[in-house]
Design a protein around this ligand. Sequence first.
Ligand SMILES: NC(=O)c1ccc[n+]([C@@H]2O[C@H](COP(=O)([O-])OP(=O)(O)OC[C@H]3O[C@@H](n4cnc5c(N)ncnc54)[C@H](O)[C@@H]3O)[C@@H](O)[C@H]2O)c1
Length: 253
Amino acid sequence: MTDRVKGKVAVVTGGGSGIGRETALLLAREGATVVVVDIDEAGAEETAQLISGEGGTAGALSGDIGDPASIDAFVATIGEQHDAVDILVNNAGVFDNGQPFADSTGDDLDRVLRINVTGTFLVTKALLPMLLAAGGKAAVVNLSSVAAVIGNAGGVSYTTSKHAVHGMTKSLAIELGPQGIRVNAVLPGAIRTPMTAALLGPESPAVPVYEGVPAGRIAGPEDVAKVIAFLASDEADFVHGAGYVVDGGLTIV
Ligand SMILES: NC(=O)c1ccc[n+]([C@@H]2O[C@H](COP(=O)([O-])OP(=O)(O)OC[C@H]3O[C@@H](n4cnc5c(N)ncnc54)[C@H](O)[C@@H]3O)[C@@H](O)[C@H]2O)c1
Protein backbone atom coordinates (compact mmCIF):
# COMPACT_ATOMS: atom_id res chain seq x y z
CA MET A 1 0.00 0.00 0.00
CA THR A 2 1.27 3.50 -0.85
CA ASP A 3 0.11 6.83 0.47
CA ARG A 4 -0.87 8.75 -2.67
CA VAL A 5 -4.38 9.52 -1.43
CA LYS A 6 -3.83 8.85 2.26
CA GLY A 7 -6.45 10.37 4.51
CA LYS A 8 -8.80 11.22 1.67
CA VAL A 9 -12.42 10.13 1.37
CA ALA A 10 -13.31 8.76 -2.06
CA VAL A 11 -16.78 8.00 -3.43
CA VAL A 12 -16.87 5.58 -6.38
CA THR A 13 -20.21 5.10 -8.12
CA GLY A 14 -20.68 1.79 -9.90
CA GLY A 15 -17.95 0.43 -7.62
CA GLY A 16 -19.48 -3.01 -7.52
CA SER A 17 -17.97 -4.22 -10.79
CA GLY A 18 -15.38 -3.69 -13.50
CA ILE A 19 -13.51 -0.38 -13.65
CA GLY A 20 -15.29 0.96 -10.56
CA ARG A 21 -14.29 -2.03 -8.44
CA GLU A 22 -10.63 -1.87 -9.53
CA THR A 23 -10.62 1.89 -8.90
CA ALA A 24 -12.09 1.45 -5.42
CA LEU A 25 -9.49 -1.23 -4.63
CA LEU A 26 -6.60 0.89 -5.91
CA LEU A 27 -7.70 4.06 -4.12
CA ALA A 28 -7.98 2.05 -0.90
CA ARG A 29 -4.50 0.57 -1.45
CA GLU A 30 -3.24 4.13 -1.91
CA GLY A 31 -4.66 5.12 1.47
CA ALA A 32 -8.18 6.46 0.84
CA THR A 33 -11.31 5.59 2.77
CA VAL A 34 -13.63 4.45 -0.01
CA VAL A 35 -17.42 4.66 -0.22
CA VAL A 36 -18.59 2.16 -2.83
CA VAL A 37 -21.99 3.02 -4.31
CA ASP A 38 -23.82 0.70 -6.67
CA ILE A 39 -27.35 -0.21 -7.74
CA ASP A 40 -26.09 -3.76 -7.26
CA GLU A 41 -25.87 -3.80 -3.48
CA ALA A 42 -24.23 -7.24 -3.36
CA GLY A 43 -21.54 -6.06 -5.79
CA ALA A 44 -20.84 -2.98 -3.67
CA GLU A 45 -20.65 -5.10 -0.52
CA GLU A 46 -18.27 -7.52 -2.22
CA THR A 47 -15.95 -4.69 -3.25
CA ALA A 48 -15.98 -3.28 0.28
CA GLN A 49 -15.16 -6.73 1.65
CA LEU A 50 -12.31 -7.15 -0.84
CA ILE A 51 -10.91 -3.83 0.38
CA SER A 52 -11.30 -4.80 4.05
CA GLY A 53 -9.63 -8.13 3.26
CA GLU A 54 -6.59 -6.21 2.00
CA GLY A 55 -6.49 -4.12 5.17
CA GLY A 56 -8.15 -1.06 3.64
CA THR A 57 -11.16 0.94 4.77
CA ALA A 58 -14.41 0.93 2.82
CA GLY A 59 -18.17 1.10 3.15
CA ALA A 60 -20.85 -0.02 0.71
CA LEU A 61 -24.04 1.85 -0.14
CA SER A 62 -26.90 0.85 -2.37
CA GLY A 63 -27.80 3.63 -4.80
CA ASP A 64 -29.32 4.18 -8.22
CA ILE A 65 -27.80 7.20 -9.97
CA GLY A 66 -30.72 7.12 -12.40
CA ASP A 67 -33.11 8.01 -9.57
CA PRO A 68 -32.82 11.48 -7.96
CA ALA A 69 -34.46 10.27 -4.72
CA SER A 70 -31.93 7.46 -4.42
CA ILE A 71 -29.07 9.92 -5.01
CA ASP A 72 -30.39 12.19 -2.24
CA ALA A 73 -30.64 9.18 0.08
CA PHE A 74 -27.11 7.84 -0.43
CA VAL A 75 -25.58 11.32 -0.37
CA ALA A 76 -27.36 11.98 2.94
CA THR A 77 -25.84 8.78 4.33
CA ILE A 78 -22.38 9.82 3.13
CA GLY A 79 -22.96 13.17 4.88
CA GLU A 80 -23.71 11.37 8.13
CA GLN A 81 -20.50 9.34 7.86
CA HIS A 82 -18.01 11.93 6.58
CA ASP A 83 -17.37 15.68 6.87
CA ALA A 84 -16.04 16.03 3.34
CA VAL A 85 -15.51 14.14 0.10
CA ASP A 86 -12.06 14.60 -1.46
CA ILE A 87 -12.50 12.34 -4.49
CA LEU A 88 -15.60 11.58 -6.55
CA VAL A 89 -15.34 9.00 -9.32
CA ASN A 90 -18.47 9.19 -11.47
CA ASN A 91 -18.04 5.72 -12.89
CA ALA A 92 -21.52 4.13 -12.88
CA GLY A 93 -22.84 3.81 -16.39
CA VAL A 94 -24.70 1.62 -18.82
CA PHE A 95 -23.97 0.54 -22.39
CA ASP A 96 -26.48 0.33 -25.22
CA ASN A 97 -24.95 -2.88 -26.59
CA GLY A 98 -23.93 -1.12 -29.78
CA GLN A 99 -27.55 -1.09 -30.86
CA PRO A 100 -28.10 0.04 -34.48
CA PHE A 101 -29.96 3.34 -34.81
CA ALA A 102 -32.78 1.68 -36.74
CA ASP A 103 -33.47 -0.58 -33.76
CA SER A 104 -33.14 2.15 -31.10
CA THR A 105 -36.04 3.98 -29.53
CA GLY A 106 -36.37 7.30 -27.73
CA ASP A 107 -36.85 5.30 -24.54
CA ASP A 108 -33.46 3.62 -25.07
CA LEU A 109 -31.82 7.02 -25.48
CA ASP A 110 -33.63 8.43 -22.43
CA ARG A 111 -32.49 5.52 -20.25
CA VAL A 112 -28.84 5.82 -21.25
CA LEU A 113 -28.83 9.62 -20.87
CA ARG A 114 -30.66 9.46 -17.52
CA ILE A 115 -27.98 7.22 -16.02
CA ASN A 116 -24.78 8.24 -17.83
CA VAL A 117 -25.42 11.98 -18.09
CA THR A 118 -28.13 13.13 -15.68
CA GLY A 119 -26.84 10.70 -13.05
CA THR A 120 -23.30 12.10 -13.30
CA PHE A 121 -24.70 15.64 -13.13
CA LEU A 122 -26.95 14.98 -10.11
CA VAL A 123 -24.40 12.99 -8.08
CA THR A 124 -21.82 15.75 -8.57
CA LYS A 125 -24.38 18.41 -7.65
CA ALA A 126 -25.57 16.56 -4.56
CA LEU A 127 -21.99 16.02 -3.35
CA LEU A 128 -20.87 19.58 -4.19
CA PRO A 129 -21.09 20.89 -0.61
CA MET A 130 -18.96 17.95 0.58
CA LEU A 131 -16.46 18.44 -2.25
CA LEU A 132 -16.20 22.14 -1.34
CA ALA A 133 -15.62 21.08 2.27
CA ALA A 134 -12.46 19.22 1.15
CA GLY A 135 -10.45 22.40 1.59
CA GLY A 136 -9.59 23.31 -2.00
CA LYS A 137 -8.10 19.97 -3.04
CA ALA A 138 -11.06 17.96 -4.28
CA ALA A 139 -10.99 15.93 -7.48
CA VAL A 140 -13.78 14.63 -9.67
CA VAL A 141 -13.08 12.00 -12.33
CA ASN A 142 -15.84 11.27 -14.83
CA LEU A 143 -15.97 8.11 -16.94
CA SER A 144 -16.41 9.18 -20.53
CA SER A 145 -15.22 6.88 -23.33
CA VAL A 146 -13.46 6.82 -26.66
CA ALA A 147 -17.10 6.97 -27.77
CA ALA A 148 -16.65 10.71 -27.11
CA VAL A 149 -13.92 10.83 -29.77
CA ILE A 150 -15.03 8.38 -32.43
CA GLY A 151 -18.52 7.53 -33.56
CA ASN A 152 -18.40 3.77 -33.64
CA ALA A 153 -17.47 2.78 -30.09
CA GLY A 154 -21.08 2.12 -29.15
CA GLY A 155 -24.54 2.70 -30.46
CA VAL A 156 -25.97 6.19 -30.95
CA SER A 157 -27.34 6.45 -27.39
CA TYR A 158 -24.07 5.49 -25.68
CA THR A 159 -21.94 7.64 -27.98
CA THR A 160 -24.23 10.63 -27.42
CA SER A 161 -24.07 10.12 -23.65
CA LYS A 162 -20.28 9.92 -23.50
CA HIS A 163 -19.84 13.06 -25.65
CA ALA A 164 -22.13 14.75 -23.11
CA VAL A 165 -20.07 13.52 -20.15
CA HIS A 166 -16.93 14.90 -21.81
CA GLY A 167 -18.60 18.27 -22.40
CA MET A 168 -19.94 18.33 -18.84
CA THR A 169 -16.41 17.68 -17.56
CA LYS A 170 -15.01 20.73 -19.38
CA SER A 171 -17.84 23.01 -18.23
CA LEU A 172 -17.60 21.83 -14.63
CA ALA A 173 -13.81 22.30 -14.72
CA ILE A 174 -14.24 25.95 -15.70
CA GLU A 175 -16.88 26.58 -13.07
CA LEU A 176 -15.55 24.53 -10.17
CA GLY A 177 -11.79 24.95 -10.68
CA PRO A 178 -11.69 28.36 -8.96
CA GLN A 179 -13.51 26.76 -6.02
CA GLY A 180 -10.79 24.15 -5.52
CA ILE A 181 -12.35 21.22 -7.34
CA ARG A 182 -10.42 19.66 -10.22
CA VAL A 183 -12.59 17.91 -12.78
CA ASN A 184 -11.22 15.51 -15.39
CA ALA A 185 -12.49 12.73 -17.59
CA VAL A 186 -11.08 9.35 -18.53
CA LEU A 187 -11.86 8.02 -22.01
CA PRO A 188 -11.30 4.26 -21.99
CA GLY A 189 -11.17 2.20 -25.15
CA ALA A 190 -12.03 -1.49 -25.19
CA ILE A 191 -11.72 -2.71 -21.61
CA ARG A 192 -12.59 -6.23 -20.58
CA THR A 193 -15.33 -5.92 -17.94
CA PRO A 194 -18.78 -7.47 -17.46
CA MET A 195 -20.16 -4.55 -19.53
CA THR A 196 -18.18 -5.54 -22.62
CA ALA A 197 -17.87 -9.31 -22.19
CA ALA A 198 -20.41 -10.15 -24.89
CA LEU A 199 -19.08 -7.48 -27.25
CA LEU A 200 -15.39 -8.39 -26.99
CA GLY A 201 -15.78 -12.15 -26.98
CA PRO A 202 -12.81 -14.41 -26.34
CA GLU A 203 -9.34 -12.85 -26.25
CA SER A 204 -7.81 -13.86 -29.54
CA PRO A 205 -5.85 -12.10 -32.28
CA ALA A 206 -8.42 -13.51 -34.69
CA VAL A 207 -11.11 -11.24 -33.26
CA PRO A 208 -11.08 -8.04 -35.39
CA VAL A 209 -11.39 -5.61 -32.47
CA TYR A 210 -7.99 -6.74 -31.16
CA GLU A 211 -6.28 -6.07 -34.50
CA GLY A 212 -7.28 -2.40 -34.25
CA VAL A 213 -5.45 -1.82 -30.96
CA PRO A 214 -1.80 -0.82 -31.58
CA ALA A 215 -0.89 -1.86 -28.03
CA GLY A 216 -1.81 -5.37 -29.14
CA ARG A 217 -4.14 -6.22 -26.32
CA ILE A 218 -7.45 -5.41 -24.76
CA ALA A 219 -7.01 -3.72 -21.41
CA GLY A 220 -8.32 -4.83 -18.06
CA PRO A 221 -10.14 -2.54 -15.63
CA GLU A 222 -6.93 -2.12 -13.63
CA ASP A 223 -5.36 -0.30 -16.61
CA VAL A 224 -8.04 2.38 -16.33
CA ALA A 225 -8.04 2.42 -12.53
CA LYS A 226 -4.36 3.45 -12.55
CA VAL A 227 -5.15 6.56 -14.58
CA ILE A 228 -8.20 7.41 -12.48
CA ALA A 229 -6.14 7.12 -9.28
CA PHE A 230 -3.49 9.44 -10.75
CA LEU A 231 -6.10 12.03 -11.72
CA ALA A 232 -7.69 11.76 -8.28
CA SER A 233 -4.38 12.30 -6.50
CA ASP A 234 -2.54 15.53 -5.77
CA GLU A 235 0.13 14.40 -8.27
CA ALA A 236 -2.30 15.62 -10.92
CA ASP A 237 -2.88 18.96 -9.23
CA PHE A 238 -2.46 20.97 -12.46
CA VAL A 239 -4.41 18.51 -14.62
CA HIS A 240 -7.82 20.08 -15.03
CA GLY A 241 -10.58 19.80 -17.60
CA ALA A 242 -8.61 17.10 -19.39
CA GLY A 243 -9.81 13.98 -21.15
CA TYR A 244 -7.33 11.14 -20.69
CA VAL A 245 -7.65 8.58 -23.46
CA VAL A 246 -6.78 5.07 -22.18
CA ASP A 247 -7.21 2.92 -25.27
CA GLY A 248 -3.89 1.31 -26.23
CA GLY A 249 -3.83 3.58 -29.29
CA LEU A 250 -7.23 2.52 -30.65
CA THR A 251 -8.18 6.06 -31.66
CA ILE A 252 -4.88 7.01 -33.35
CA VAL A 253 -5.21 4.57 -36.24
N1 LIG B 1 -15.58 -1.44 -20.35
C1 LIG B 1 -15.27 -0.60 -21.32
O1 LIG B 1 -14.75 -0.99 -22.38
C2 LIG B 1 -15.56 0.88 -21.16
C3 LIG B 1 -15.08 1.75 -22.14
C4 LIG B 1 -15.32 3.09 -22.04
C5 LIG B 1 -16.02 3.59 -20.94
N2 LIG B 1 -16.49 2.74 -20.00
C6 LIG B 1 -17.25 3.31 -18.88
O2 LIG B 1 -16.68 2.91 -17.66
C7 LIG B 1 -17.70 2.84 -16.65
C8 LIG B 1 -17.65 1.50 -15.96
O3 LIG B 1 -17.90 0.49 -16.92
P1 LIG B 1 -17.53 -1.04 -16.71
O4 LIG B 1 -17.03 -1.52 -18.02
O5 LIG B 1 -16.70 -1.20 -15.50
O6 LIG B 1 -19.00 -1.65 -16.54
P2 LIG B 1 -19.61 -2.71 -15.51
O7 LIG B 1 -20.94 -3.02 -16.09
O8 LIG B 1 -18.65 -3.78 -15.21
O9 LIG B 1 -19.80 -1.84 -14.19
C9 LIG B 1 -20.73 -0.80 -14.12
C10 LIG B 1 -21.24 -0.71 -12.70
O10 LIG B 1 -22.17 0.38 -12.64
C11 LIG B 1 -23.30 -0.07 -11.92
N3 LIG B 1 -24.48 0.70 -12.33
C12 LIG B 1 -25.13 0.61 -13.50
N4 LIG B 1 -26.19 1.43 -13.49
C13 LIG B 1 -26.19 2.02 -12.27
C14 LIG B 1 -27.04 2.96 -11.64
N5 LIG B 1 -28.14 3.42 -12.27
N6 LIG B 1 -26.75 3.39 -10.39
C15 LIG B 1 -25.66 2.90 -9.76
N7 LIG B 1 -24.83 1.99 -10.29
C16 LIG B 1 -25.10 1.57 -11.53
C17 LIG B 1 -23.44 -1.54 -12.25
O11 LIG B 1 -24.24 -2.23 -11.30
C18 LIG B 1 -21.99 -1.99 -12.27
O12 LIG B 1 -21.55 -2.40 -10.99
C19 LIG B 1 -19.02 3.13 -17.37
O13 LIG B 1 -19.38 4.50 -17.21
C20 LIG B 1 -18.69 2.83 -18.83
O14 LIG B 1 -19.53 3.51 -19.72
C21 LIG B 1 -16.28 1.38 -20.08
